[in-house]
Write a protein that binds this ligand. Structure first.
Ligand code: HEM
Length: 117
């Protein structure tokens, strides 16, 4: 079970890299008003959703502690990100606030994951 949790956490980091990486490669274009929602953001958001839920299940099965309030907040944030990437995935260019908000919410979830103990 420890290995399963570890592998799922690695996939959780890959999803984070995809989501945040997608935002970072769009910074220059977004500043110029030409940003867009890229596939890496969509795949990253979905990966975070799936691996996050799996992590909760695996950790609970292993008898580990889960902070339910923290997970509820992370889940709510990732759902907003998922709605945003799907709503705006075909808009070219997308309104700049969409890319900034996706980035901000991603950073918020990283801060919550690391700082909320
Ligand atoms: C943008 C979305 C997300 C980001 C950026 C993110 C980020 C992170 C990071 C950086 C860690 C490692 C923290 C550490 O081990 O110190 C982590 C762990 C974890 N994440 Fe996420 N996460 C996201 C979404 C979710 C969602 C939606 C869930 C559950 C529904 C979730 C559940 C977990 C769990 C269970 C852990 C294991 C450690 C813990 O209990 O905090 N995550 N996440």
């Amino acid at each position: 079970m420890t290995l399963l949790i570890g592998i799922t956490l690695i996939l959780h980091f890959i999803g984070l890299a995809s989501l945040l990486g997608g935002v970072l490669v769009q910074v220059k274009d977004t500043i110029a008003g030409q940003g867009r929602v890229v596939a890496a953001m969509i795949h990253g958001a979905l990966t975070q959703l799936v691996t996050g839920v799996l992590l909760v299940g695996f950790i609970q099965m292993a008898g580990g502690d889960i902070n339910n309030t923290k997970i509820a907040v992370k889940l709510a944030i990732v759902l907003i990100i998922t709605v945003l990437v799907f709503l705006f995935r075909k808009k070219r260019p997308v309104e700049s606030w969409v890319v900034w908000l996706i980035g901000l919410l991603t950073l918020a979830n990283i801060a919550i994951a690391v700082l909320w103990r």
